[in-house]
Design a protein. Structure first.
Length: 90
């Protein structure tokens, strides 16, 4: 996972904890109609500057989770944010 993030978007991260495991079976919300197992981690940014391949990611923004959950995003990302916010309050 650490290597994948570095290769895809140029960021060095430190995983903190697993937030959620989800299964997406041929979901129309995702870019490819396949069976995915999603392992969602809370990570800390160590260093780096975002860079990405426009064929995979068109743009990105940094927002607080409370704002992100109100945005038009896929249900899998929304569920991860909900779970993060629940555990953050503990």
């Amino acid at each position: 996972m650490i290597r994948e993030i570095k290769e895809r978007i140029g960021l060095n991260i430190k995983p903190i904890r697993l937030i959620k495991v989800q299964e997406a079976i041929y979901s129309k919300e995702l870019s490819k109609s396949k069976h995915f197992i999603l392992l969602d981690f809370l990570c800390e940014l160590v260093s780096g500057k975002i860079r990405f391949n426009e064929n995979e990611i068109q743009s990105c923004i940094w927002v607080k989770p409370e704002k992100a959950i109100k945005m038009k995003i896929d249900s899998f990302t929304k569920e991860t944010i909900r779970e993060y916010l629940k555990t953050k309050k503990r």
